[in-house]
Design a protein around this ligand. Structure first.
Ligand code: GLU
Length: 436
């Protein structure tokens, strides 16, 4: 186990080696490049910028887990606090064979700016375990989760750092985290995680929050631009929690979902995919592949579908120097974190594609996580209608905050969102003052 502290209050901060400026088409390279642009526009002090660019705390854990065949396997996990200037750190935990320390660094950084853009009182964090949840049975997943929770528990607390689901984790994972933490404390601590099952203090509407938030923001953007939202053609990459709810919500709001995809490939139907039928198919088959109400397309064909809204809701680095030129959407609504690289952004901008950036577009998840946390702390629960209308209000307000910033500084929406979020964190840091 190694723990590195690099807090804003560290007197050595300016002397710390700066992270590399660019590391190609990686999530961290994208996050750094976005940050550097915003920091320049904000004319941040270079020492302050260096500090805000770096993770405050990084914990790597290696731990053994007993597998079902009796063998022992070592797993590696991370939990990073990027910045806590505006409040307790918040962010999901990802289970994937592709998790790396650099990826978690980027994701934790985006959480900081995201919470600041929607103005909820959190800093940013992220965690991950290198594993393939599809290759593990439920007992192994529970063992990994409980041991990982114990290893990172020195960083967790309901008023310090609150995990949530991300790729490869779900409400059950959060239940195990909550139970493990609670067992160590000797009493139930529901506010230690969000995205947990409703029967142990989870929030109505949390599961759907990210996808709903994406479509609330898209609908508002259409209104603001005077575009016709009714019947808008939507293509969604990814059919996990975010992608499937984005597509379903688009359908329920009167859009035409013309294309969707999952890891195994995509589907296209110019007349619109019957979403209730596809959802049922996906439930039964655990994939959208083979659905008879649409034609099969590849994942790269999905990005090139002619549509009004393309919502990448899968992974980082999808719209790149290689793929951006093929995009034929009027708007890209980023359900995923970091789906567009800086090179991809430049190409989209040349083509006049409007981008609703990740730290705004997919913030609905963490917004309802905030509602869940407040409910868990108070042991007082809200109705789903109340959750959804409060979520919608925050997404609409945040969209207009970003748009106003874009207009006043003549920036694209991504840079405006970064400037807004980073500016708020920089302000909080200087208002608090540098300790000691
Ligand atoms: N993993 C989600 C995200 O990337 C949610 C984080 C949270 O709710 O804390 O925004």
């Amino acid at each position: 186990m190694t723990i590195k502290t690099n807090g804003a209050g560290d007197a050595q901060i300016v002397a710390l080696p700066a992270p590399k400026k660019s590391i190609g088409d990686s999530a961290l390279g994208t996050a750094y490049s976005q940050f550097d642009r915003a920091a320049q526009i904000l004319e941040l002090d270079t020492g302050l910028a260096d500090s805000l660019r770096s993770c405050q705390r990084e914990l790597t854990v290696n731990f053994p887990v007993k597998m079902r065949d009796g063998s022992i396997r070592r797993f590696t996990g991370y939990r990073l606090h990027h910045n806590s200037a505006r409040g307790p750190t918040k962010g999901g935990i990802r289970y994937s064979p592709h998790v790396t320390l650099d990826e978690v660094r980027a994701l934790s950084m985006w959480m900081t700016w995201k919470c600041a853009v929607v103005n909820i009182p959190y800093g940013g964090a992220k965690g991950g375990v290198i594993c393939d949840p599809k290759q593990l049975n439920i007992h192994e997943l529970e063992g990994i989760t409980r041991r990982y929770t114990t290893e990172i528990s020195i960083l967790l607390s309901p008023d310090g750092d609150i995990p949530a689901p991300d790729m490869g984790t779900n409400a059950q994972t959060m239940a195990w985290i909550m139970d493990t933490y609670s067992m160590h404390k000797g009493h139930a601590v529901p506010a230690i995680v969000t995205g947990k099952p409703i029967n142990i203090g989870g929030s109505a509407g949390r599961l759907e929050a990210t996808g709903r938030g994406v479509m609330f923001t898209v609908r508002e953007a259409f209104r603001a631009m005077g575009w016709n939202f009714e019947g808008a053609r939507v293509a969604v990459q990814g059919f996990g929690n975010v992608g499937s709810i984005t597509a379903t919500t688009a359908h329920e709001m009167g859009c035409k979902v013309v294309a969707v995809s999952d890891v195994e490939g995509g589907l296209y139907n110019s007349r619109g995919i019957n979403m209730p039928r596809l959802t049922q198919w996906n439930k039964e088959h655990n994939t959208i592949k083979g659905f008879d109400g649409a034609d099969a397309i590849s994942n790269s064909e999905l990005l090139a579908v002619k549509c009004d809204v393309l919502a990448p809701a899968a992974m980082e680095n999808q719209i790149t120097s290689q793929t951006a030129a093929s995009v034929r959407a009027r708007m890209v609504a980023e359900g995923a974190n970091g789906p567009t690289t800086p090179e991809g952004d430049a190409i989209l901008s040349d083509k006049g594609v409007v981008v609703i950036p990740d730290i705004l577009c997919n913030a609905g998840g963490v917004v309802v996580s905030y509602f869940e946390w407040v409910q868990s702390l108070q042991q007082l629960f809200w109705e789903e209608d109340d959750i959804n209308s409060r979520l919608e209000k925050i997404m609409i307000r945040s969209y207009h905050d970003v748009k106003a910033k874009a207009e006043s500084l003549k920036l694209d929406m991504r840079t405006a969102a970064q400037v807004l979020g980073i500016g708020r964190v920089a302000d909080a840091t200087m208002t608090r003052g540098l300790y000691p």
